[in-house]
Design a protein. Structure first.
Length: 131
C-alpha cells in the first residue's frame, strides 16, 4: 500500500507485508527498496520467524522477532545508511537473522534461517520517503 502525501510528490508512505520461507542458512532477499536520486527513507521493519519443520538445530516452533528502525539516503545516486540502526532481535535460534545491504541504488532486506530447518518469515515494512 502506497500513499502520496503531497501533490508535488515530495513525500510518500509505503506499508507492505512480506513473507518468505527459508530452508537453509543462505540469506534471501525478502524486500527491496528502489531508492530515488536525492531522497531519504526512514524504514521501520517488524519481522517474525517460526520454525515449521526440519532436523537442524533447535526445536519445532522456535520463534523470533526482529524490530528495526533504519535511515538511508540517496545522494546523487549514491545510497548510504545514516548512523546506526536501532534493532531489537528476540530469538530462540541465534543462527537466524535479518540483515540489510546497499546494492547499487537499491536497499535490500534479507532473512536467514539455518541449515536443515524450514523457517517461515512474515512481517511488515513501513517506509517514509522524502524527495
Amino acid at each position: 500500500m502506497s500513499y502520496n502525501l503531497k501533490a508535488n510528490e515530495k513525500m510518500n508512505f509505503t506499508n507492505d507485508d512480506v513473507c518468505l520461507m527459508t530452508a537453509n542458512a543462505t540469506a534471501q532477499i525478502i524486500y527491496t527498496i528502489n531508492t530515488k536520486t536525492d531522497s531519504g527513507n526512514s524504514i521501520f521493519l517488524r519481522i517474525m520467524a517460526r520454525r515449521d519443520s526440519g532436523t537442524g538445530t533447535g526445536s519445532d516452533n522456535d520463534t523470533a522477532s526482529y524490530n528495526s528502525n533504519i535511515l538511508i539516503k540517496n545522494n546523487a545516486g549514491t545510497v548510504s545508511i545514516v548512523g546506526s540502526d536501532s534493532s531489537t532481535p528476540i530469538e530462540d535460534n541465534a543462527a537466524w537473522d535479518v540483515t540489510w545491504v546497499v546494492n547499487g541504488t537499491d536497499f535490500e532486506i534479507k532473512v536467514q534461517g539455518d541449515a536443515d530447518n524450514t523457517v517461515d518469515w512474515f512481517g511488515t515494512i513501513k517506509i517514509f520517503e522524502m524527495i
